[in-house]
Design a protein. Structure first.
Length: 79
């Protein structure tokens, strides 16, 4: 019984992450992905954007960023 309780405690702590000790990696966060990144950011998680080689500068431009996401800042961006 005690080992089961310990196992449950370990699983619960893994699910309850501390935003200050975590980074969320978003791949190609444009359009809808940007909105998801914004919601994650609102919950206190820093976001790192990873841009794949198929994403053109046009796709990353202001034209493909929803107005509500234009203030979103990434911890870092990797191309």
């Amino acid at each position: 019984n005690n080992s089961l309780d310990n196992s449950l405690d370990n699983n619960n702590s893994a699910r309850m992450m501390n935003p200050s000790q975590s980074v969320v990696l978003m791949v190609d966060p444009y359009s809808t992905g940007c909105m998801i990144a914004q919601e994650i950011s609102k919950r206190g998680y820093p976001i790192m954007a990873i841009w794949t080689k198929d994403i053109s500068p046009e796709i990353k431009s202001i034209n493909h960023i929803p107005i509500s996401c234009r203030d979103l800042r990434y911890l870092a961006q990797i191309e």
